[in-house]
Design a binder for this molecule. Sequence first.
Ligand code: SAM
Length: 290
Amino acid sequence: MKQKTISVRTREILNQYGLVLKKSLGQNFLTDPYVLEKIVQAADLTNHSGVIEIGPGIGALTEKLADVAKRVVAIEIDQRLVPVLNELFKERKNIDVIHGDALKVDLHQVITNHLADVDTVHVVANLPYYVTSPILVRLLEERLPLKNIVVMIQKEVADRLTATPGTKDYGSLTILVQYFAVAKGIARVPGHVFVPRPQVDSAVVKLEIRETPAVEVADEKLFFKLVRAAFGQRRKTLLNALYAGLHSSATKQEIEQWLTSAGIDPKRRGETLNLQEFAALTEVIHSANG
Ligand code: SAM
């Protein structure tokens, strides 16, 4: 299908159903067949794969996913789009549409109920930009049995997922993503391929889920607490940021001792630590607290 065809078709469907798109729900629909193809290809789907799509809109990506995968479960928050999707896909037996909020729907249950007979489960989506980070955090923290996540997101968030220590984009979201997955940029996407055109630039990113987290830690909660504290006050030294952000009974001297034992200079900024260093610090504190 040519680009004009998809954008004309999008407008036709919107007119036919009298739909006015809601900015508040991040409704920027993708109309470029090349970008749709690129997203589908990046997910490495086979006819044994199951896909969870978040925010199908009027189904441009859903259709392409269902051409390749065994089954697609599409979760859409906008009630108005559900009958439209059901009508558009009434002949497609491998598409299930669920009305719900991707932040609230029980995704383990979705997999059990809809994708029990597939070999691999993938999340593929052109994400609504207003909830990109909470959705990514949820997908990772829930430890869903996923092979990969391929998402279109704002370029600025994509840069954070693939950032390296010491850069301005490196932060707690980077660590969370890199702990659970290997992040890779797939494509940059210009605004003009969306209807309506968004204010921000976009990018497609692939997260290949690791079989085991990138670093082994005895206390995962403590690991992420340290990460949050270290990035909470980026301009401070690590020692001061941890002292202010950990809300523990530890004295400054104790924290300094922990950092030195982990081989980390207390004067460094938190944003320069890599995952291995956060893991080493977690181990020292975990052992010290017995
Ligand atoms: N997949 C379509 C495409 O690529 O053209 C539409 C993508 S559009 C950027 C985002 C879609 O997510 C919209 O259809 C919107 O209604 C839906 N959406 C927004 N918030 C959501 C949420 N919390 N849960 C599920 N869907 C949501």
